[in-house]
Each structure stands twice: as structure tokens, then as C-alpha cells.
Design a protein around this ligand. Structure first.
Ligand code: BES
Ligand code: ZN
Length: 856
């Protein structure tokens, strides 16, 4: 594979001066740019990154004129000089012109609000490779430099102008206002940022005196306090945990009206999607408040891990993202211990990461980046949530203190520098006295993760590949990887076995495990593995599951393992269904998710109508207990987890037509449409019920609500549920609507997603995706982390061989660098489900016969 060329080998920038003059009417900017750099080898030409910029003049060292030429495919501008430029220090002065784009990357613009609240919002999003759209630079994470930025804007608009650092001066002359910022620390280009808009704010100080401010457009002035409190507490936590002060005097968090991902960790100026920062009592559910908390904790972790110490190149992206994800969980777990945040990880992102990593088309943590233009693709479940789980496993193995000390050492040793993964292992080894690289190399270098099985007093392992046909192919290719697995088990009476390191296929189980009546491997699901259980182990575990002597994460783990290995053809669907039926009364949110998710995955593979109806009757029966117990109203003093389970239970009740659910949902929706209040903690089921049982009348009401809604969370929920009406003509309308200018670019994906989830409308959604593919590529094909989500729609919705073929063929005819792996994963998972049904059809029928007989 061709090595990616790194410009930083030839040119090492030390300082950039950027004077940006912004035209907020014509959406253009002018830029006076100075770059101080060292040239490693004498040359007549100098290559920098630039995309869609026009260089009007280039002067080297105050004398040599350079001629600019462009290679748009390679994102390069080349300056050619008459005479050779000598190796050594130089200064390049440029005048540049660019456009403020209507996109979600580079220097871009959007609008916010409606009516009196309307205004314009200008901002940047540079990760991973979009700084080059705003200024000429060496746009690589290893090319760290100091940035001195100023922005000139019209004075009369009342703009707030924000940069990475505090402002140094703010001068108005002839109606133009110039805000100059203090020099930044030495940092990577992808972390530079600025924001210009009308903004409201609140502010406070961290314990260390660092100023923390939260910004949003003016209509959200009242929704900033939660973020301020959580950001301050997170900052206090990290300053203490890392034992390195936050390196800037201020930290701003800004809610932005049009934003591709959840948030971006620009140093000192963190930008957010509005739904991921704003909290108001009337409209924010408990789940969304948790999301805001975790996103804040994640981005603040990056201020050290990522910003202060940065990966040398994108193949080590996981250092950034897995670490921030791990630290985010540590922080939330510390600040809000009752949320059981690691257990929550197990049931959510940890399960999702295991699902993706069980595909043959996964990738190792250390991932090759053949073409930087495809970089967005690697910001995926593996780089984030698998790595998050691996770091948790490692912390369990090293102990919390050694982990913390190793991280302190690593950050201190490499501050303002760049690293590779082995630098982290070295610091952790020093702090712990353990061979960390020896433990972790298999985990970061190999694709996939182990499936453990227990026989004859031994724990065996092999790579877990969900699809038997893919597993066979890999086995035929001679693959037999082994991972060192930190292993223990939960035993009767709440005991734990001793810990072992299962670092070979067939490691010996501790005696206490072999002789126990039952054991549950992997306490709290701390290691990134799955287990397959013999029928006798499952039978033995039934009692501790039903009596809940196992904790929630362990209950989730067993059920989740059973379903995953069922999909993989190692456990029978009947056994999985029997276990699920036995846990019908599971009342705790995290454990109950395994029951709902497992059953849902089975239902998704059953295409024939009659069988599906029979299975839906089982779904109804499974949904009843929690529906009856929780009802529609949040009760004073109820448990946090009941509040979280309620919408899940209500949705299941609606999905399976539990008697009484429909009427209540429609009634509540009618009240809401007439101007009544709707508790955000039951918003999803009320909207879902209106879509599932409603028609044109409810659709018009929901659309009218969306059009006048200002609360970001509510708007997003309304948009998604417009897609869930079952009438084909309404599905068509929603799809068109999602691409109309009434839906912001950031929300297109939500508008389309809803339709995919209504089973009857999958075909319509699929046809629409194909018919509008060119338009989607036009909008999202240059990056910004959106395009890669689309293959997953058919990938999750379909489960026949015929559809797998259609999806494969369509995308083969429409290849794009941002979706290569997502397409392969989508096709593989459709095939996997199709195979599952072919294999277990009879098994499912047996379960149904037996279940129906027991109901007579
Ligand atoms: N650095 C990312 C944002 C990003 C992703 C930029 C992809 C460019 C391309 C940021 O730190 C992040 O990870 N955000 C997450 C939130 C998090 C809680 C997992 C997101 O946007 O969802
Ligand atoms: Zn991140």
C-alpha cells in the first residue's frame, strides 16, 4: 500500500499569523497569513496543504515572489520560486481569499432561529483535514505550531468573536472591528477554531481559577447552567487526576446550530451540537442530560489527551478517541456514581463495539490510513468504544493507581509533543512494573476479539466472528490468534474467583471455578470478550439471573452473550428465547435492555408474515410487566433507572400493541398538539405512538409542531418521528422533507433515519437513498462524518440474501472513499442475519409451538 506522503518531513512550521477579514454578507473572507517554518532540504518548490483557497500573492523572506499552483485532488498548493530556497528558517507571507462555505467543515456558516431570533452563525470545524480549507498550512497532527489569530468583522452586527485563547485587543475603526487573540500554545492545526455570532453566555471559575464560559445563540440563554456546572466539575476532576493544570486561562463551550458530530475538542473553544450542550427543565429528558454530561467529560479529557499530547499520525487516532471515551466514563462515574456509568457502557457502547468487532470487516485498533480523504471513516465504534473497553480492562489489570500514575507520566513526558501507542505502554509499564505492551499488543494489532468457552477445566479461546461463513473463511486462511485475557468469575454467594491471565488457548480455570455450582465469567464485563455457554451452564445460571444475585452488568452480559452466540450459530435460538422468556420480569434498566435488544434482534431476521405475527405475540407478553409497573407518568422519588426504562418499556408496549398503550399515546399526543405540556421523559413513546397509530391528521400536527419548535431536543425527536408514520405517502413526504431547506444539514440524517425504522417503509427508504445518492454525496462527500452513516441504514434494516446482493451491487456501482468499510460491514451483517434465519427457522417454530401451548 502506498505510504501517505507527510509534508512535515520537509517543512516544519513554528508559527502562523492569521489575520482574517470576514464578509458576513457575501460569505467570503480575506486572509493575511504569515508562516514561519524550517525547510529541511533546499528546494525550488514548497508544498503546503490548501483546498479551495485562492492565493493572491506569496512572498518569501520579504523578497522572493512565489507562483502558486494547485493540485485539488491532493489538497496541495505548491509555491515555485525562481531560485532555490535554502534549507533553514524562512518566513512566507501570503494574501489569500476564500469562501465561507455552506457545509459542516472548514470555515462555514449557517443560520439560526426563526423570526425575531434569526441570525447568522460562523464557525470552524477542522478535524480531521479541514484546516486546509481556511488557511494554507501543514495540516498534519505532528506539525505543531503557535497560532496568532485575529478576526475582523462588521461592528454593527453585535457579534461575539471567540478564539482558542483570550482576546488581546478589540479595536473598532470605520465600522470594522478587529479582535486579536493571545498566541496559542504549540498545537496541531486540527484544533484551531473560531466562532462568530450573536451569543448569550454564563460564566464561572474552576477551582484553579480557569474561567469557564458556556455560549449559545440568544434564545437559549436560559439553558446553559447545567453545562457550566458539569464542565467546572469535570475540569476540577481532570486537573486533579492528571496532576497537570489546564494550560489555558479560559475554556469556552459553545452550542452551535449546525454541527456534524456531537462535539469537537478545539483547545479552549469546544464546539457542540445544541442537543449535546443545552439542558432545560421542560424539554430535556434524563437520558439527554446524561448525554450532555458525557460529551462534556469527553471533550474536556481531550484538552490533555489529544490537545496537550497528540498522536503523531491518524493511524493512532484511537489514542485520542478511546482515551477520551474511557476518561469520560471515569469522570461521569466519579461525579455521578449512581448512574453506574460503566454498567451503562456495557449495555450500550460496549455492546455496540462488540457487534461491529464481530464482523470479518472490522479493523485493528491501529488502523492503516491509506487515503487521508477517507479519514472520517475511522472515527468509528472500534476507535472509540472498543478502545474505551480495552483501557478499562487494562485499568482493572494494572489497578487504578498505577493507571493514573502511568497516565500522568505519559502526559508530562510528552506535553506539547506527539506520540505513538507504544509511548503510552512504556509509561504505563514504568508506573506499574508490568509488561503492558506484552498484554496489549494483541489487542491493538489484531482485528477482532476473543470468544471464550469452558470445557474440561480449561478456558479456550478463538476469534469471535458472528457470521459462520466468514468464520470459516478466516479459519481456512489459517488464522488462529490468541489474546492475553485478564479473567475471573463471579461465584455463588457473591464470591469472586482469583484472577488469572488466560494468555493461551486452553488456560487452566481456577479450582474454585471448576468446583462451583455455577460461575459467571468476566465480572462486571470488565474484559473485552464474549463467552459461549453450554446448555448446562445456561441452565445453572438461570437461578442467579432470575433471583438477581448477579449484578446488572453481569445479568446483561450473560443474556447479551447468549444472543450474540445465537446469531453466530453456537447457541440455539430456542435456548436464547427460553432464557429471555424466563427473564420477562427483569425490572432493572441495564439488565432489561439485554432482554429487549436480544428479542429485537431475533425479530429483525424473521421476514415471513405469519411467523412474525406469532413472534410479536411473544413480544407483547414480554413487554407487559414493565409497562404495567411503570405506566406513563414519572413518579416523585422513583429510581433514576425506572425513569430511563419507562420510555423503553412504553415503546415496546406500543410496538407490540399491548392493550391500552395505543389509546393513551394518542390521547397524550392530542393534548400535546393542542398546546399541552409533554414530559420529556415520555416524549419518545408519545411521538412514536402517534406515528404508529396515527395518520394524516397526526402527521400534520407533528409537522406543525416541528415548524414552530425552538427546543433542539424536541425538534430532533419530532423530526425522527415524522419518519415513523406507516402510510407510504407519508414516508415519501418525510424523505423529501429531510432534504428540504426546512431541515438543517446536521439533521438530514435524522429525518431519513426515522423512515428506515418503520419496517413497512424500508423499501421506500431504500429506493429513495439510491435515487438521491448523488445529492447526499454532494452534501456530505467532502467529509464531516455523515456519509458513513448511510450504509448502516439498509445494513440494519434488511435480512435477506437478495437484499444483501442489492446493497452490495448498488454501492459497488457508487464507490466512495468515506464508506468503503461501512458498506462491507452492512452487507456482511445482512448476510449474517439471513444465514441465522435459514439455520434457525425450525428452532424458532419449536419455541413458538411450545410457548403457544403453554398459553392455552
Ligand atoms: N474529535 C471528535 C469529533 C470529531 C469526530 C471530529 C470525527 C471530526 C471527525 C470529538 O472529540 C468526539 O469524539 N465527539 C463525539 C462525542 C463523544 C461523547 C463520543 C461525538 O461527536 O459524538
Ligand atoms: Zn473525541
Amino acid at each position: 500500500m502506498a505510504e501517505v506522503r507527510r509534508l512535515v518531513k520537509d517543512i516544519i512550521p513554528a508559527r502562523y499569523e492569521l489575520a482574517i477579514d470576514m464578509n458576513d454578507q457575501a460569505f467570503e473572507f480575506g486572509l493575511d497569513e504569515t508562516i514561519e517554518f524550517e525547510l529541511k532540504r533546499a528546494s525550488k518548490t514548497l508544498d503546503f496543504h490548501a483546498l479551495d483557497l485562492k492565493v493572491k500573492s506569496a512572498k518569501l523572506d520579504g523578497k522572493l515572489e512565489g507562483r502558486a499552483s494547485y493540485d485539488r485532488d491532493e489538497h496541495l498548493v505548491t509555491f515555485t520560486f525562481e531560485d532555490e530556497v535554502t534549507a533553514g528558517q524562512h518566513t512566507l507571507k501570503l494574501t489569500v481569499a476564500g469562501e465561507i462555505q455552506d457545509s459542516l467543515h472548514g470555515f462555514y456558516r449557517s443560520e439560526y432561529g426563526q423570526g425575531e431570533h434569526e441570525g447568522r452563525f460562523f464557525m470552524t470545524q477542522f478535524e480531521a483535514i479541514h484546516a486546509r480549507e481556511a488557511f494554507v498550512c501543514i495540516d498534519e497532527p505532528a506539525a505543531k505550531a503557535v497560532f496568532e489569530v485575529s478576526l475582523t468583522v462588521p461592528d454593527e452586527a453585535g457579534y461575539t468573536v471567540l478564539g482558542n485563547t483570550p482576546e488581546l485587543s478589540d479595536v473598532t475603526r470605520d465600522g470594522r472591528r478587529t479582535v486579536r487573540f493571545e498566541p496559542t500554545p504549540k498545537m496541531s492545526t486540527y484544533l484551531l477554531a473560531w466562532v462568530v455570532s450573536q451569543l448569550a453566555s454564563v460564566e464561572g471559575k474552576a477551582k484553579s481559577g480557569v474561567m469557564v464560559r458556556i455560549f449559545a445563540t440568544p434564545q437559549y440563554a436560559g439553558q446553559l447552567d447545567y453545562a457550566l456546572d458539569f464542565a467546572r466539575r469535570s475540569l476540577d476532576f481532570y486537573e486533579d487526576y492528571f496532576a497537570i493544570p489546564y494550560p489555558l486561562p479560559k475554556l469556552d463551550l459553545v452550542a452551535c446550530p449546525n454541527f456534524a458530530s456531537g462535539a469537537m475538542e478545539n483547545w479552549g473553544l469546544v464546539t457542540y451540537r445544541e442537543t449535546d450542550l443545552l439542558v432545560d427543565k421542560a424539554n430535556t429528558s434524563l437520558g439527554q442530560k446524561q448525554r450532555v454530561s458525557e460529551v462534556i467529560a469527553h471533550e474536556l479529557a481531550h484538552q490533555w489527551f489529544g490537545n496537550l499530547v497528540t498522536m503523531s499520525w491518524w493511524e493512532d487516532l484511537w489514542l485520542n478517541e478511546s482515551f477520551a471515551s474511557w476518561a469520560e466514563t471515569l469522570t461521569v462515574d466519579t461525579l455521578e456514581p449512581t448512574w453506574l456509568w460503566w454498567a451503562n457502557y456495557t449495555a450500550g457502547l460496549g455492546a455496540y463495539a462488540r457487534e461491529i468487532d464481530a464482523l470479518a470487516n472490522t479493523h485493528p485498533i491501529l488502523v492503516e490510513v491509506p487515503d487521508p480523504k477517507g479519514l472520517d471513516e475511522i472515527f468509528d465504534a472500534i476507535s472509540y468504544f472498543k478502545g474505551q473497553g480495552l483501557l478499562r480492562m487494562l485499568e482493572g489489570y494494572l489497578g487504578a493507581e498505577a493507571m493514573r500514575d502511568g497516565l500522568r507520566l505519559y502526559l508530562d513526558r510528552h506535553k506539547y509533543g506527539n506520540t505513538v501507542t507504544d509511548d503510552l505502554w512504556a509509561a504505563l509499564s514504568e508506573a506499574s512494573g508490568k509488561d503492558v505492551a506484552g498484554l496489549m499488543h494483541a489487542w491493538t494489532l489484531l482485528p477482532g476479539f476473543p470468544l471464550l468457552s469452558y470445557e474440561d477445566g480449561l478456558v479456550k479461546q478463538e476469534r469471535f466472528v458472528a457470521s459462520p461463513r466468514e468464520a470459516k473463511k478466516l479459519a481456512a486462511a489459517g488464522e488462529a490468534p490468541v489474546w492475553p485475557v485478564p479473567w475471573a468469575a463471579v461465584l455463588p454467594g457473591g464470591r469472586r474467583s482469583e484472577k488469572i491471565l488466560a494468555d493461551q488457548d486452553g488456560a487452566e480455570l481456577p479450582e474454585a471455578v471448576v468446583s462451583a455450582d455455577w460461575f459467571k465469567p468476566n465480572p462486571d464485563e470488565q474484559s473485552f470478550v464474549r463467552s459461549t455457554y453450554t446448555e448446562s451452564i445456561i441452565a445453572a445460571l438461570q437461578q442467579p439471573l432470575q433471583q438477581r444475585t448477579l449484578g446488572v452488568a453481569d445479568r446483561f452480559g450473560v443474556v447479551s452473550d447468549v444472543w450474540a452466540t445465537t446469531a453466530a450459530g453456537r447457541t440455539s435460538s430456542k435456548a436464547a428465547l427460553d432464557l429471555t422468556a424466563a427473564l420477562r420480569d427483569e425490572p432493572e434498566f441495564i439488565a432489561a435492555l439485554a432482554v429487549y435488544d436480544g428479542f429485537g434482534s431475533l425479530l429483525s431476521i424473521v421476514e415471513p408474515e405469519t411467523e412474525r405475527r406469532r413472534l410479536e405475540a411473544v413480544g407483547q407478553w414480554l413487554a407487559e410487566p414493565n409497562f404495567q409497573r411503570l405506566g406513563w407518568d414519572v413518579r416523585d422519588g422513583e429510581s433514576h433507572f425506572d425513569t430511563l426504562l419507562r420510555p423503553v418499556a412504553l415503546n415496546a408496549a406500543l410496538r407490540f400493541d399491548v392493550p391500552g398503550a395505543k389509546e393513551e399515546a394518542l390521547k397524550r399526543f392530542a393534548d400535546y398538539a393542542a398546546g399541552g405540556q409533554l414530559d420529556p421523559n415520555v416524549r419518545t413513546p408519545v411521538l412514536f405512538g402517534a406515528a404508529r397509530y396515527g395518520a394524516a391528521e397526526q402527521y400534520e400536527q407533528m409537522l406543525a409542531l416541528y415548524r414552530k419548535e425552538e427546543a433542539p431536543h424536541t425538534r430532533q425527536a419530532q423530526l425522527v418521528h415524522l419518519g415513523r408514520f406507516t402510510q407510504p405517502e407519508l414516508a415519501h413526504r418525510t424523505l423529501e422533507f429531510a432534504l428540504s431547506n426546512e431541515v438543517r444539514l446536521q439533521d438530514t440524517v435524522y429525518g431519513l433515519a426515522g423512515v428506515w425504522r418503520a419496517r413497512d417503509n424500508r423499501e421506500i427508504a431504500w429506493q429513495f437513498l439510491q435515487d438521491n445518492w448523488d445529492e447526499l454525496v454532494r452534501r456530505f462527500g467532502e467529509g464531516g462524518h455523515m456519509l458513513d452513516r448511510f450504509p448502516g441504514f439498509p445494513g440494519d434494516a434488511f435480512s435477506t440474501h437478495a437484499k444483501a446482493k442489492e446493497v452490495r451491487e448498488f454501492f459497488a456501482a457508487h464507490p466512495h472513499v468515506l464508506i468503503t468499510r461501512p458498506v462491507a460491514q452492512a452487507v456482511e451483517s445482512i448476510e449474517m442475519r439471513a444465514d441465522w434465519y435459514d439455520r434457525d427457522r425450525q428452532d424458532i417454530a419449536w419455541f413458538l409451538d411450545q410457548w403457544e401451548a403453554s398459553r392455552q
